[in-house]
Design a protein around this ligand. Sequence first.
Ligand SMILES: [Zn+2]
Length: 125
Amino acid sequence: MVEIGLDQVVKNVSLSFTLARKDIESLRLRVSELTGALNQMAEAQKSMAARLASYENSGKSKPSIILAPRISARRPVFFLGAASTMKVHEPSCPFAKNVLKSNKVVFRSKSQAFRKGYRPCQCLL
Ligand SMILES: [Zn+2]
């Protein structure tokens, strides 16, 4: 049996925790990206249903294909502003999680937030 000192055990455990935390953070980010994509898909579905309905109401013949808008889950599709601090965050940022519901402002892009006078949090730098 190999003897492992207590110091080494402590180091190993703390490394494991660090790695696990990183995994959790990246999973959280992925979940928020996918949630954003789901929201986009719901929006796309609504707009396609509206277009279909408009064809039905107009009496024109329906097109055989209605193209869906492109949806990407690669980047966060929204940014979260905190009206109290005038900072804007990635949705997965720990600071963003602490923003009170009444202070939350959703932006579609960083530049939209900047135009409204918001400044980027560390998570966006
Ligand atoms: Zn942040």
